[in-house]
Design a protein around this ligand. Structure first.
Ligand code: CP
Ligand code: NVA
Length: 298
C-alpha cells in the first residue's frame, strides 16, 4: 500500500514508475487487462470545488474495476466539525482507498495515518501532486525527457501548483524559473529544502527567455477569495500572452492546469492557440491517476 500525500516525499523511482505506467494505461484504455481496484470502493472526499479532478478520479476508479463514492465535505459530519481522525477511522473500515481535496495538508496526512487505507492528495493548499505528474507526462509525450529542460512558471509562485513544480524539479532534473511578484514568491526555506535548479524573479521576460514550457495557474486559488482585490492588483502583468510566448523557444509548450481566467493569468488568444496541449493535460489527469491508484493499491 502507498499514499501520495505530496511530491515532496514521493521517491524518484516511484515517480518514474508512475509516469511509465501512465503511458501504458493511456495506450490500452478500454482494453487494459488489469483491474487492480476490482471489488473495491474508493471515496472522494472534497472540501473544495472540482471539475477535472473529480471527473478523472471517478472515471479512473471505474475503469480500474472499482466503485467511486463522492462525499462532499459539507454533506458529511466533517462539515459540522467531526475531527478528521475520527472520519478517517470510520472510512478506513468501509472503503478501500481515499482521494481527498481539502485546505490543510495536515488533514490529508492525518487521514492517511488514521484510516490506514491508500490516500491520495487531490489538492491541498500546499500541493497538487496529481496535476504536476499529468503535466510532466504531457510534456514528455510531446517533447521527450524533461531532464535538462527549462520550465517557466508565471503568476502566483507560492501556490500549491507552484510548490509541486518545485519538488518535481529536483527529482526529475529540470530547471524551474518562477516569475512572481515578491509577495507571491516561494519561501527561501522551501527552496532550500527542495534543492534542484530553481530560480525566482519578478521579471517575467527574463523567466520566459528560451524556456521549453511556459506554465501558469490562477491568481486566486480556492480559499484565497478574500485576497481577490490585492491579488489582482499585485499579479496584473504576470500573464502568458503572445509577447511572452515570443521570448520562449519556438517550439515551447504553453501549459495551464485549468480552470483558466482569460485576461488574467493568460489571454484568450494564447489559451486558444495552445488548447490542444492544455486539454491534453486535462485528459492526462485520467491516465496518470489510474497509474497512481494502481501504485497506491499495490
Ligand atoms: N486542475 C484541476 O485540478 O482542476 P479541477 O479544480 O477542476 O479539479
Ligand atoms: N491553485 C489552484 C489550482 C486549481 C486546480 C487552486 O488551488 O485553486
Amino acid at each position: 500500500m502507498n499514499h501520495l500525500l505530496k511530491l515532496e516525499n514521493l521517491p524518484s523511482a516511484d515517480l518514474e514508475k508512475i509516469l511509465r505506467d501512465t503511458a501504458v494505461f493511456k495506450r490500452d484504455r478500454g482494453q487494459h487487462p488489469a483491474q487492480p481496484l476490482a471489488g473495491q470502493t474508493w471515496a472522494l472526499m472534497f472540501s473544495k470545488q472540482s471539475t477535472r479532478t473529480r471527473l478523472s478520479f471517478e472515471v479512473g476508479i471505474r475503469e480500474l474495476g472499482g466503485q467511486p463514492m463522492f462525499l462532499s465535505a459539507v454533506d458529511i459530519q466533517l462539515g459540522r466539525g467531526e475531527p478528521i481522525k475520527d472520519t478517517a477511522r470510520v472510512m478506513g473500515r468501509m472503503v478501500h482507498g481515499a482521494v481527498i481535496r481539502t485546505f490543510a495538508q495536515h488533514d490529508v496526512e492525518q487521514f492517511a495515518e488514521f484510516s490506514k487505507i491508500p490516500t491520495i492528495n487531490a489538492l491541498t493548499d500546499d500541493e497538487h501532486p496529481c496535476q504536476i505528474l499529468a503535466d510532466i507526462f504531457t510534456f514528455q509525450e510531446k517533447r521527450g525527457s524533461i531532464k535538462g529542460k527549462t520550465v517557466a512558471f508565471i503568476g502566483d509562485g507560492a501556490c500549491n501548483v507552484a510548490n509541486s513544480w518545485i519538488w518535481a524539479a529536483g527529482k526529475l532534473g529540470f530547471s524551474l524559473r518562477i516569475a512572481a511578484p515578491e509577495k507571491f514568491q516561494p519561501s527561501a526555506e522551501l527552496l532550500k529544502r527542495a534543492g534542484g535548479n530553481i530560480s525566482v524573479t519578478s521579471n517575467i521576460q527574463a523567466a520566459a527567455q528560451g524556456a521549453d514550457v511556459l506554465y501558469t495557474d490562477v491568481w486566486i486559488s480556492m480559499g484565497k477569495e478574500a485576497e481577490t482585490k490585492e491579488r489582482i492588483q499585485t499579479l496584473t502583468g504576470y500573464q502568458i500572452n503572445a509577447a511572452l510566448v515570443k521570448l520562449a523557444k519556438p517550439d515551447a509548450l504553453v501549459m495551464h492546469c485549468l480552470p483558466a481566467y482569460r485576461g488574467k493569468e493568460i489571454d484568450e488568444e494564447t489559451l486558444e492557440a495552445h488548447a490542444d496541449t492544455i486539454f491534453e493535460e486535462a485528459e492526462n489527469r485520467l491516465h496518470v491517476q489510474k497509474a497512481i491508484m494502481n501504485w497506491a493499491a499495490s
